[in-house]
Design a protein. Structure first.
Length: 201
């Protein structure tokens, strides 16, 4: 690459990292190197460390994708893992495969969060469509009426939790689907849905 004043290059590196963070996937040092055509990873690392020193980025040690927005920056965000898919239909084996990370505003990031991509149409009445991403707060209990992700004999589904005669039931939001009524001991809640994301192609 042609010679560019270090300050301009550093600003371009910051913009690249910022866009990647807002897109949900922090870059590695090598990805920064490749994006800017640096001859070695050390050059990319020096720019990143300088941005950390300036307070424009922070770094989480021990992670290849450890660069973050610093707290109080106005761009503060938490990145939660997107873990494969969850059926919103009949029960299906849960698929956990890290697809990337999703940026979540800091005020929503209390507790352990994760994302799942929805397959199926049983929750369309609640505005959850196939291909949507649901953000889940991991918890073992939920209130009746809340939308949850639950495991029934190691198969996952997203449904609305109901209680009838003291017994937990998982109800769809689509009349074409039937409620799931697990036997005692078969049901385990993974967490409560706190947000739905939709990405238009």
């Amino acid at each position: 690459m042609g010679r560019t004043p270090p300050g301009q290059t550093r600003e371009r590196v910051f913009c690249f990292v910022r866009d990647r963070l807002l897109g949900g996937l922090p870059p590695t040092v090598r990805e920064v190197q490749e994006a800017f055509g640096f001859r070695s990873p050390q050059t990319a690392r020096e720019h990143l460390e300088a941005l950390v020193g300036e307070g424009r980025l922070s770094k989480q040690g021990g992670k290849a994708r450890g660069y973050r927005f610093p707290s109080g920056s106005g761009l503060s965000t938490a990145l939660v893992p997107l873990l494969g898919r969850v059926p919103a239909g009949s029960l299906d084996t849960a698929v956990q495969d890290l697809e990337g990370y999703i940026p979540i505003q800091s005020e929503r990031s209390g507790g352990e969060l994760f994302g799942l991509r929805v397959h199926g149409e049983s929750m369309t009445g609640a505005g959850i469509l196939p291909g949507d991403v649901v953000i889940i707060r991991r918890q073992e209990r939920a209130e009746p009426g809340e939308i949850v992700v639950a495991l029934v004999d190691d198969e996952a589904t997203v449904k609305r939790l109901r209680l009838r005669a003291g017994r937990a039931e998982l109800h769809p939001e689509n009349p074409d689907f039937e409620a799931i009524v697990p036997d005692a001991g078969e049901l385990r809640l993974l967490g409560k849905v706190i947000e739905v994301r939709r990405y238009l192609g």
